[in-house]
Write a protein that binds this ligand. Structure first.
Ligand code: ZN
Length: 178
């Protein structure tokens, strides 16, 4: 119940989206979890978890397999709940996207926690995938940090004109009395 409460903003967005797309929303009683069938997905994903609801183009699988998948998706709800409590409703999708970028598919930590087998993932490896895109992103992040640090140094230097003035005064010697 706490997880449902913590993820209601995402669930709301998921429900709204499903309503707009005319999806059939039902409740998986096994996982106490909402499933929106025929809700369109982000391209390339089989099922998309939005807090307490999963959007899917439809399950072409046995009832048993469906229950297993609903349990897997319900575990993502726990991750949504924790991330939302820590950093707001968009924390999980952002963290998930960053994680997926470097650790796609079965390498993804969130998927590993939710259960690879139940999510329909085949285990392929643990390490990050470092293709040109990933290396490019890392270089861009390092460049951004370097730029931010450099700018702070510049600002700090500009903020101390007083010191220079004092230097000039001391070089000119103490004010002479007449
Ligand atoms: Zn998953």
């Amino acid at each position: 119940m706490a997880e449902q409460a913590a993820t209601w903003p995402e669930t709301g967005i998921g429900l709204l989206y499903s309503a707009v797309r005319g999806a059939h929303v039902c409740l998986s009683r096994a996982a106490d979890y909402l499933v929106a069938v025929n809700g369109d997905n982000v391209p390339g994903t089989k099922a998309m978890n939005m807090g307490d609801i999963v959007l899917t183009p439809g399950f072409n699988m046995s009832k048993e397999r469906r229950t297993t998948l609903a349990n897997h998706e319900a575990r993502h709800r726990a991750q949504w709940a924790i991330a939302t409590a820590m950093a707001g409703p968009f924390a999980f999708p952002v963290a998930y996207a960053v994680e997926s970028f470097f650790f796609p598919g079965s390498r993804n930590l969130f998927e590993r926690q939710a259960g690879l087998g139940s999510g329909g993932y085949r285990h392929v490896g643990l390490g990050p995938v470092l293709g040109p895109a990933q290396i490019g992103a890392l270089v861009a992040v390092v460049a951004l940090i370097a730029a931010a640090v450099g700018r702070r140094h510049l600002r700090a230097g500009r903020r101390m004109p007083g010191r220079h003035r004092r230097d000039r005064l001391s070089r000119a010697g103490p004010p002479r009395s007449v």
